[in-house]
Design a protein around this ligand. Sequence first.
Ligand code: PLP
Length: 407
Amino acid sequence: MSVPKMLHPFAIPARTEFTTFVGGEGAEIIDSEGNRYIDAMASLWYLHAGHSCQPIIDAVTAQMNNLAAFHTFEKFSNEPAEALAAKISSLAPVDDSRVFFTDSGSEAVDTAMKLARASHARAGNPERRLIVSRDRGYHGVNYGGLAAMGLPLSKENFGRMLPDVMQVPVDDLEAMAILFSERGHEIAAVISEPVQGAAGVYPPPDGYLQGLRRLCDQYGAFLILDEVITGFGRLGTWFAGEFYGVRPDMITFAKGVTSGYQPLGGVIIGAPVRASLEADASWILRHGYTYSGHPTACAAALANIEVIGDGLMARVPHIAERLGSGLKALAADGAVDEARGVGGLWAVKLPGEMQSPPIRDAMMAKGVIPRPIGPTIAFCPPMVITDAQIDRCVDELATAIDECSRQ
Ligand code: PLP
């Protein structure tokens, strides 16, 4: 069989067989043969509002009938982009913020890295170039975020990485403190996911994020929280910064801002970063994307944020309790080695040496699609998931592990 014309992302290029999806409803996704599955990962951590959310569809349709597209470079603007920036700024745990729009999380991360360096440079500190990230971190696949990536396999074959970007051992505040004591005057920013997602769902140790905040304050570096997964209600608060009581200087977001109905990302930029960028009324920020502030994408986000605030986010503690206790019960029974998570983000470490792709395939055969990550199976369901669907996720995981361990 020959390969299809589409070269798939994060896939084996020689792969020839794919599952094709044609529809979705609530927390369910439907393939071209009519099979229905529980979308236990909200696609790729983003379908907070679930499939077929009519208010978002209506908002996108209305905006397209009005102004479908126009850029926002230089002196041009549009109403949904301005309204969305104001809305996000009002929700974010960032002091006196503004919002820069991108099309994806990767672009958001690269934008935040560039803004951190530019802000220090404009403030007369061009030597502050170093961006520090954590092992096991995922910050997208553009060259900036890739340099900050703490998952080494994803860097292979792509040549030399961006200079002045380095990783420190994960969850090790002492290692970070040593780096600051040696190179604090060179550090532009620390970037960290509040909960490491793509690596397999690792919540931060108690006090870790607060420790990062303290070090950044002490040495004059910016703290960037990469909330591409945790933003827009995933932990039951609008942002994880609020959940953990940490106010960063910048937040990167994407995914849940539109529940994926339109591609959109961005950076929330706080007062200390803004100050030097706005100081000279003639200086031009030479950075931006063709679709930054795309009106239709912003209209989708405005409707989605309303849906999330209007009852969906309030369901997250319940999802956390039901899904979390189901997975922890599997750990208590010895069916899995560990269950970990927070809010609507959960994962199990499979027993012993068991790997996740066959478990995912066995669960899919029973109508549940989780995410396989090495020895980990992750769950991040749409917030519209029902109790019965949550229970099926846990039950089908247990059945799949049982089946695979007998083969
Ligand atoms: N940052 C984090 C924390 C992510 O989880 C991701 C994607 O999963 C990204 C950045 C990259 O986002 P995108 O795939 O939209 O470019």
